[in-house]
Write a protein that binds this ligand. Structure first.
Ligand code: G3H
Length: 254
């Protein structure tokens, strides 16, 4: 069974209205690609980007986080329904910059995932170990716990994606080795199929220092269904090179 490769760009806290030109250039430069493409701009650009790309754009937009409640007195937060209203179809959850920077626990990520699917968004849930945890031989234990506790039962039968992002590979230029990625993906596939059944095969992405010059190698690895790209998604020229180096489809392994 095959699925379209998903290349997702996380702009993090980068981008002003003037950056919409990059989004337009990404759309124009990938109009003939069947690779699934997603961009996660900051909240401030979501609606403007949706308008700039138009209602029939092949670029899927997503929020970088959402609150777990539908609405209420949560200053500074954004609900899943508000993301949808602004043009999002997806939402990033459990990114390590939130798990570590904002001390978000797995249980909170699970509540957010529940709110996301309830609103009709596809969650892209991130998991990954720190360098210390890897050195201590805890990678499998950490990934298993994050997957077990961050993925609610509400995801059963819903479209969602998981990205393996070793924390030490994010923004460092130090991409994980092929063996490390293959090993982590085998574990992630096993935990997800134990939890949701063999039939269920979400997109599994790799994230962490994916660049135009290493994307093709990562994306050809067994079971890698796409990439979550940070820094190299900010410039259309770089992001397009990654999109064009991706296989159009990949095998879904059980
Ligand atoms: O969400 C994206 C990841 O954090 C990867 O970021 P990076 O490509 O800048 O290393």
């Amino acid at each position: 069974m095959t699925s379209h490769t998903l290349i997702a760009g996380n702009w993090k806290m980068n981008g002003l209205l003037s950056s919409l030109d990059e989004a337009r250039a990404i759309a124009e430069g990938s109009s003939d690609s069947v690779v699934k493409i997603a961009v996660f701009p900051p909240f401030t650009l979501l609606h403007a980007m949706s308008e700039a790309l138009g209602p029939d754009s092949h670029i899927l937009l997503g929020g970088q986080d959402c609150h777990h409640e539908d609405n209420g007195a949560y200053t500074g937060d954004v609900s899943a329904a508000q993301l949808l209203d602004a043009g999002a179809r997806m939402v990033l959850l459990g990114h390590s910059e939130r798990r570590h920077g904002h001390k978000e626990a797995c249980e909170l990520v699970a509540l957010k995932a529940r709110a996301a699917v309830k609103a009709g968004l596809e969650p892209l849930i991130c998991v990954g170990e720190t360098l210390e945890q890897r050195k201590e031989g805890l990678t499998h234990a950490v990934l298993s716990k994050q997957l077990r506790d961050s993925l609610p039962d509400d995801l059963i039968g819903k479209a969602f994606h998981v990205s393996y992002e070793p924390v030490w590979a994010i923004g460092t230029g130090m991409i994980a080795t092929d063996d490390q990625i293959i090993d982590a993906f085998a574990l992630i596939r096993r935990v997800i199929s134990e939890r949701f059944g063999d039939e269920f095969k979400p997109h599994l992405l790799y994230g962490g220092s994916v660049k135009p010059d290493n994307a093709a190698e990562v994306l050809r690895l067994e079971g890698v269904g796409g990439a979550l790209v940070g820094g190299a998604s900010l410039k259309a020229a770089d992001f397009l090179k990654i999109i064009h180096s991706a296989p159009l489809v990949h095998e879904l392994k059980s």
